[in-house]
Ligand binder design. Structure first.
Ligand SMILES: NC(=O)c1ccc[n+]([C@@H]2O[C@H](COP(=O)([O-])OP(=O)(O)OC[C@H]3O[C@@H](n4cnc5c(N)ncnc54)[C@H](OP(=O)(O)O)[C@@H]3O)[C@@H](O)[C@H]2O)c1
Length: 285
């Protein structure tokens, strides 16, 4: 019997990974759903999933949380300036608990990308390698939901505004990445693995065209210089730091850093990743 654990299981991705493990036939009692706020997982507990408290900022919670765990998925955190230390707490606890394989949700091209989110991911990958744990790096591209969540805004303004030039984004849905994480956890092979994960690529111009096609509402693409984009975001109410950060993400896209031709995602999940038009139709519904 193999025991699987998923961190941040109360989050959107974590919950989908737990569901994907169950869908793939893992018994609920062999799944440990870890959460900073376990009460958010009462529904999973009622289905027989073992729910335990694990706060990545509180190392004392992690030893008991990982007791008996064979394969662990560490989902990257979201606390600016703190997440690397939190990831390292989990890696240390995994070593101490005798975890046999650690999977980690990283970022596409973590080794080379200039994406402003990458330094924490790169340093986490390095900490995992230094730990000696057998590991699987799930280098996730952008979530399609980064775009579909803004569908209403695009429809009301009639625009998709950015500074990505003709940069392509190999996005996939959280459900796709969750299925890939479950498949990676279920892989019995030995050795370390790195998966570059992304779905069908599109530019922001193609995003605007696809929104138009799916909804029947004309939406245009407006590409700005980085300076113009920062000014646009400031005018929309973002503070200077946040506006600069968002524009830096687009600059990364413009450099092609969120594009991959890797087929790792569809190979892991055994089907094509969800296309943009389908994701937009689902968001609209
Ligand atoms: N590739 C992309 O496009 C993209 C986009 C967004 C996010 N991400 C990354 O993917 C991760 C998961 O995304 P998501 O959509 O599932 O995020 P989410 O729905 O916002 O969930 C975040 C989860 O992190 C948990 N968490 C926060 N601090 C914690 C701590 N100290 N200890 C334990 N758990 C903690 C939260 O627990 P509580 O329920 O207790 O708050 C929640 O379960 C993010 O954290 C981020 O690193 C990637």
């Amino acid at each position: 019997m193999t025991t699987f654990a998923v961190t941040a299981a109360s989050g959107r991705l974590g919950r989908l990974v737990v569901e994907a493990l169950l869908e793939r036939g893992v018994a609920p009692g062999d799944v440990v759903a870890l959460a900073r706020t376990p009460a958010k997982l009462d529904d999973l507990a009622a289905r027989g999933v073992r729910v335990r408290r694990a706060d990545h900022a509180e190392p004392a919670t992690l030893g008991p949380a990982l007791a008996g765990v064979d394969r662990l998925l560490l989902i990257s955190g979201d606390a600016p300036g703190q997440r690397l230390a939190q990831h390292c707490n989990v890696v240390d606890a995994a070593v101490a608990a005798g975890v046999q394989r650690l999977a980690y949700t990283s970022i596409l091209r973590a080794g080379t990308t200039g994406n402003p989110l990458a330094p924490d991911h790169r340093a986490t990958e390095e900490a995992i390698a230094a730990s000696g744990l057998a590991h699987t790096l799930l280098r996730n591209g952008w979530y399609t939901e980064n775009y579909t969540d803004r569908l209403g805004q695009h429809l009301s303004t009639g625009e998709v505004v950015g500074s990505t030039r003709d940069g392509r984004v190999s996005a996939a849905t959280r459900a796709d990445y969750a299925a890939a994480a479950a498949a990676a956890l279920l892989d019995d092979g030995a050795g370390d693995r790195v998966h570059e994960l992304g779905g069908p690529a599109f530019t922001l111009a193609e995003l605007a065209a696809t929104i138009t096609e799916v909804t029947g509402t004309p939406v245009a693409h407006r590409d700005l210089s980085t300076e113009e984009h920062v000014a646009h975001l400031r005018a929309a109410g973002l503070d200077e730091g946040t506006a600069g950060f968002v524009a830096a993400l687009d600059a990364s896209t413009a450099r092609g850093e969120l594009h991959t031709t890797s087929e790792d995602l569809q190979r892991l999940i055994g089907r094509p990743a969800t296309g943009l038009a389908d994701a937009l139709r689902a968001a609209r519904a």
